[in-house]
Each structure stands twice: as structure tokens, then as C-alpha cells.
Design a protein around this ligand. Sequence first.
Ligand SMILES: Cc1ncc(COP(=O)(O)O)c(C=O)c1O
Length: 386
Amino acid sequence: MRLTSKLPDVGTTIFTVMSRRARELGALNVGQGFPDYELDPRLGELVAEAIRSGHNQYAPMEGLMLLREQIALKLTACYGIEVDPESQVTVTVGGTEALYSAIQATVQAGDDVIVFDPAYDSYEPAVRLAGARCVRIPLAPPAFRYDWDRVRAALTGRTRLVIVNSPHNPACTLVRAADLDALAALVRDRPIAVLSDEVYEHVVFDGHAHRSVLAHPELRARSFAVFSFGKTLHATGWRVGYCVAPPEYTRELRKVHQFNTFSVVHPLQHAIAAYIEAQPESWQGLSRFFQAKRDLLRTALAGTAFELPPAEGTYFQLLGYERISDDDDVAFADRLIREAGLATIPLSPFYREAPRLRCVRLCTAKRDETLREAAARLAAFAGSRA
Ligand SMILES: Cc1ncc(COP(=O)(O)O)c(C=O)c1O
């Protein structure tokens, strides 16, 4: 039998494509968002201890209680809120599964979901697999700010969910308190839930605070908030994340989670619970750690013809090349990988209809030597075109 594709236009993601090309061409990879340095060896020891202690069978479907309790304590420390780990926290396979399960739990065939472009690439396929449709509203470069009047105009009787992301990948912006108030006013008295992707919650620069929907009582009552230990512990390959939502939302999310992934790697949950209890500084110091890396890269590129838009958060930095080339961003990323030996990520794949973009995304979660080498290659590339 021939399969009829449910996602006929979905190919391999730009992240996989660029990382594969980087390996083939021997290019330096500052494209895909993952650290190229080791994680804290203590985390590895804790996993080995958990395996030796026999935590090798199915973990509880909702997540290990020890870990959910630590998550609740961490949320109190970060956002001054009380969270019931029993009824409001679910441990998932990375932030990606939390996003997927929240979408499947919320939207029905024929519903509309508001998504802001540039958008992380997992949102739309998950919405479409639920039989729903994404209404994509562009955030225009260079500021990538929300236009709430435009959002209001896009709401229909079918709108069931709004997906927001802050700190924002790839725009590197943060939502403001006024944005959350505007969002709350829009969904008030409408049957619309909010899915808030906050996987970079601890990577916020220049003294800004991360504004979680969980700290906004009105939004919290209708939101799924998604987090990732991959980002927080420099361990993207561990695939451990979590979703925090009101009990009614959590019940529905768990119905999907239970028959999708069922539960998450047991020894990893023990290790993470022990680690975040013993080492709260591991996440408390993240903004400082990544701000130093952002600043290293920005300083190294300061004298070049590249432009460096402000990066308020995430472990990315946009790189504007308006003064160097009029290529579109996919063509420019292609030239960088071939001519400068550097893999970056163009922004247009994050849009349904990309505006004119003259920037690519760099990942700063790299060793200082990697960032210096990337800057040197970029400077040489810019210099040869001056
Ligand atoms: C904005 C955003 N949301 C979600 C995710 C997925 O997180 P995880 O790797 O924990 O699945 C990522 C990962 O890059 C991301 O950048």
C-alpha cells in the first residue's frame, strides 16, 4: 500500500541539514543549538549511581516524584509561585514532547492555532497532526515585536491556542510584562489556551528578568508552560523536559503523554533531581555564563562589517550581513559554509512567508576557542569582501 503522507511538505529540518553539511565539509558548526563542551562530570556520576542503585525499570508515567518536587521548589525560587508537583508537573521527553503533547491535548480537527513567525519548527507539524491549522503572524525584523492588534484581528471562533516563546529562538528577544498583559486581555472571555515555550528561561541577559506565564496569575490559569533540562544542564541529548499546567490541563496532557512516550528515562530523572537539589547554582549562573559567551563573540566581531542585533536572551546571536552581501539568507548561509568553513542557520525556514532577511543565527553555547575561531573566520570572510 502507498502511504498518503500526513506531512507531505515536511523535509529534514534546517538544523539537521546544516549539521550534516558541516560534518561533510569539515566546517565549524555554530549553527545547531547544542554545546560543544562537556557537561558537569557530577551529572554523569549521578546517572551511574542511579543505574547501580537499580533505577532501571519504568519510571512513573507523570515523572519521578523526587524530580517533580525539585521542579516545584525551583519554580517557587524563580517565580515566587506555589506549584503542586502531583497535579501540575509532568516530566516529558525534552521540551519537544511537552509541546507536542500539549498541542494534541488542546486542539481538535478544524481548530486554529496562533503561531508567531519566526517559529520553532516543531509547532506547526504538531498542530497539523492534530488536524488543526496554524495561523502564522510574522514578527518583523529587526525588532521582532508583537503586534497585538494584528493578533486580535486574526482571532476567530475556531482559535483554540496561542503559542508564545520567550526567550525567543531565533529572534533572541524577551516578552515584556505589557506583552503578557496584552495576551491575557486577548484570550480573556474566549475559549483559548496558551502554550508558552520557555526552554531558555535561565538565559536572560543585561539584568532583564524572564517573564514566565506562570508568574502571571490570569495567564497561568490557562497556560501550559514548557521547560527543558537539555538547555538548563547543557545536556540536549538527555531529552528531559517538563510541562507545568493547571490540574485540568495536566490531566489531558498526561493522557497523550501516557500513550506517546509513557515515561522518561528513569536513572536520568534521579540524577537530575539530586543535581538540582545539591547544585542550584548550576541554573542560577546560566545567564552570566552565556552572557560572557555572547559578549566574547560580539567583541570579536565588533570591528567587522557584520551587524550584531541586540541579543536579550537564549544562547543564540543573530548576525546581520546587509553591508556584505545582498544574497538571501539561505544563499548566504550556503556561502558561509563553503567559503568561510562555518555552519550557521538561516532564519527564513522559521517563517511560513519569510520577509526580506539579511541575517543568520549563530549559537553561542560553544567553547570560547570555538567562538574565537568562528569570529576569526567571519572576520576574514568580511575582510575579503570589503
Ligand atoms: C524554542 C525551542 N523550543 C523547544 C526546543 C526543544 O527543546 P528540547 O531539546 O528539550 O526538546 C528548542 C530546542 O532547540 C527550542 O529552541
